[in-house]
Design a protein around this ligand. Structure first.
Ligand SMILES: Nc1ncnc2c1ncn2[C@@H]1O[C@H](COP(=O)(O)OP(=O)(O)OP(=O)(O)O)[C@@H](O)[C@H]1O
Ligand SMILES: [Mg+2]
Length: 338
């Protein structure tokens, strides 16, 4: 538990930029991302493949190798500078501070250690608990994430488990220290709906009991509508729209967001709604368009301004719902070109 009061900013990200060295030249993968997550709040991050969702969170935790990535901007967790943190301090912060579920569960499990050892070590690294207590807690966590026969699973190695089981182990590890911030990157995508629902309930409990702030990266609009307070829509490494779930899903202001929601028949009943496919392809981060990042694919693009001038993220629509602004970076709509 941290000293941050409920509703106060837990994570503050300002003008985050990530540039990667690639064989095709420098790639601007995250381009001036600013947002915050408050204590007890769930922020869903959506956007097509390649929009920079994973890279933006990996950058926050110092998980991009310095030889390929240049990260600039600012990020504070509970007021503490994240981007300038020493590797040692970052290791301390992960666990009790930040729990993370990566898109590929194999990368976060150690192949030569049993599941039990990895869970127990995580639990003991951040608290005064005996081995036996930690093992008991580990088995309890595996039960909570829906793993059958948790006692047996504790003695197995990652390769002995199915992909879905490994994913649940990673989730159990991320939740094991009741982190103040949980970052989940497509955490439940590979799981069947019953297990997914069980895990979403667990996260909800963590949020209510511990005031955990959550960043939930997903392609699943049903999950967004079900668990998020706010939505952040990424495209071309930028936030093109953010606001409350109702504002963004029901009154999307950016043509890109409207495109993503396009195939959705009726949000109220779209329990399993996936993001729609938009004609064309996202921009290459080695060759981003000038102006609005979406203009080459935009069905409603207007005059030359869309192609030449980058629209700032500004308040749109009714503006602010329950103290939370609805913002979009577009020249379309109110105050824009059309
Ligand atoms: N290690 C890397 N080397 C070079 N380019 C990379 C690397 N990792 C990511 N990228 C590029 O960075 C961009 C953003 O990737 P990222 O993985 O953040 O996308 P994403 O929004 O998480 O997509 P998805 O929904 O598929 O997970 C992509 O263009 C990707 O090709
Ligand atoms: Mg990703």
């Amino acid at each position: 538990m941290t000293a941050t009061a409920a509703g106060e900013p837990l994570l503050e990200v300002e003008d985050l930029r990530v540039r990667l060295r690639t064989p095709r030249g420098p790639a601007s993968v995250v381009n001036g991302l600013s947002y915050s997550v408050r204590r007890g709040e769930t922020v869903a991050v959506v956007g097509e493949s390649g929009s920079g969702k994973s890279v933006s969170v990996l950058a926050l935790l110092g998980l991009l190798p310095a030889r390929v990535a240049t990260v600039t901007g600012a990020a504070r967790l509970d007021g503490e500078d994240l981007l300038g943190m020493s590797p040692e301090r970052l290791r301390q912060v992960r666990g009790p501070g930040v729990g993370m579920v990566f898109q590929d569960p194999m990368t976060s499990l150690n192949p030569v250690l049993t599941i039990g050892r990895q869970l127990v070590e995580g639990i003991r690294a951040h608290g005064e608990v005996s081995k036996a207590e930690a093992r008991e807690r580990a088995a309890g966590l595996l039960t909570e994430v829906g793993l059958p026969d948790p006692e047996r699973a504790l003695d197995r190695y990652p390769h002995e488990l199915s992909g879905g089981m490994r994913q649940r182990v990673v989730i159990a590890i991320a939740l094991s220290n009741s982190p103040s911030l949980l970052i989940a990157d497509e955490a439940t995508t590979a799981l069947d709906v019953t297990v997914q629902a069980q895990i979403l309930d667990l996260v909800e409990k963590l949020r209510t009991d511990h005031g955990t702030g959550v960043i939930w990266i997903t392609h699943d609009l049903g999950v967004v509508a079900g668990i998020a307070d706010r939505v952040l829509v990424m495209y071309g490494g930028r936030c093109v729209e953010d606001g409350t779930v109702d504002d963004v899903l029901e009154r999307p202001a950016h043509p890109y967001t409207r495109g993503l929601l396009g195939a959705l028949p009726d949000l109220a009943t779209a329990d399993e709604g996936e993001l729609a496919t938009i004609p064309g392809t996202p921009p290459a981060p080695t060759d981003l368009p000038t102006g609005c990042v979406f203009w080459p694919r935009c069905p409603v693009r207007g005059d030359a301004r869309c192609e030449t001038e980058q629209p700032p993220l500004q308040v749109v629509g009714a503006g602010v719902t329950k103290g939370l602004p609805h913002r979009a970076a577009t020249w379309c709509g109110e105050g824009g070109a059309r």
